[in-house]
Design a protein around this ligand. Sequence first.
Ligand code: ADE
Ligand code: ZN
Length: 356
Amino acid sequence: MTLATPHLPTVSAQTLAAVELALRIPKAELHIHIEGSLEPELIFALAQRNGVALPYPSVEALRTAYAFTDLQSFLDIYYAGASVLLHEADFFDMAWAYFLRAQADHVVHTEIFFDPQTHTARGVPMGAVISGLQRACEQARVQLGISSHLILCFLRHLSEEDAIATLEAALPHMGSFIGVGLDSSEVGHPPEKFDRVFARCRELGLRVVAHAGEEGPPDYIWQALDGLKAERIDHGVRCLEDPALVARLAADRVPLTVCPLSNLKLCVVRDLAEHPMKRLLDAGLCATVNSDDPAYFGGYMNANFEQTVRGLNLTQDDVIQLARNSFEASFVNDEQRQKWIENLERTVQLGKALGA
Ligand code: ADE
Ligand code: ZN
């Protein structure tokens, strides 16, 4: 077996079997910030191509700076890294590099966040951002067989007026993204700050997701559900502090796009052995595994699966449930969803028949 993360502690045969299964089954990724897939090597290559000066002398020095204490300490470096993106081709190259990683991890469908305000504030046209990303999505469909949707995220540390102006700038590209999300610094920027712009997005027929309950309190998850009418909650791990909220999420089967390695690197949890994923599954929630910002947090989808399975001794049934949840939570039509779930089941059965 090829492990996604070498040199991990020894675990039971049952856990190893669950890891092996997790690494080979088809899955969907629903929480990936494309700017968070920029590897240090590509940051340096794009900086050179575009004549952008970086505040780090080398790839190694940049990587050494990836020692985060909380969300904000990460976001400061993440926005600095994104400053090398200027042209349509840069957005294409970034997304294409992500798709190649996704394919290696058996990701068959992905819903990709992008942060236009990070780029338009530097004078990059909205069209360059969206067209570069869309071109990579199309090439991934044709050459890799991976389907994808784009989700435009508003930066919550900026004003609602800025979000409204961003939506207006994106209107000519409406057919290119399926929905909107809310990301960046959570605490102090509750979802209710964006109630009106999200209402407008819903009127336009856009799907709605929001980061909530990563560092922020359970009340932010309630606001995302009842104010923004979010159909999925990104992260949402702090819901476990509020039993009534867990009951609501379970009753309505609102998916949570959970990001275990992100939670570890941003000190939301001290150790993956303490990660809430198993408790979320046991509470009957539609929890999924995702990579968030894989270039910064130490791994793509399979690394997230592998380290979560090992940390929590998840079973093969847990792994199958997580992959099934990823398809259930995706914004595809029911026919496509059913095909993927059947394909997942066939892949699991094939492994059993071969004695895996
Ligand atoms: N932007 C990129 N990654 C993020 C995260 N984990 N939380 C909020 N905003 C983000
Ligand atoms: Zn995120």
